[in-house]
Design a protein around this ligand. Structure first.
Ligand code: SF4
Length: 72
């Protein structure tokens, strides 16, 4: 899967970090670092982290081209 964090929007509140620590982490006081291509096993955690962000800075792509289309 793929994620993008809009670092212009991110305020470094870090609510997201404990929800998906395998993928999101803080560098220093407020700089967010992340894995843009996390393993799909983390999907649920990442969706929770994205939902927790007060400024909706975490964008999660529904699926990547090499993943099968979800069933209708
Ligand atoms: S919760 Fe949102 S604003 Fe806070 S660190 Fe995570 S992405 Fe940035």
């Amino acid at each position: 899967m793929r994620i993008v964090v809009d670092l212009n929007r991110c305020q470094g509140y870090a609510q997201c970090v404990p929800l998906a620590p395998q993928v999101l982490r803080l560098l220093g006081e407020e700089a967010l670092a992340y894995d843009p291509n996390p393993d799909d096993v983390h999907r649920r955690r990442i969706l929770r982290a994205a939902a927790s962000c007060p400024v909706q800075a975490i964008l999660v792509e529904a699926h990547t081209p090499d993943e099968p289309e979800p069933a209708p």
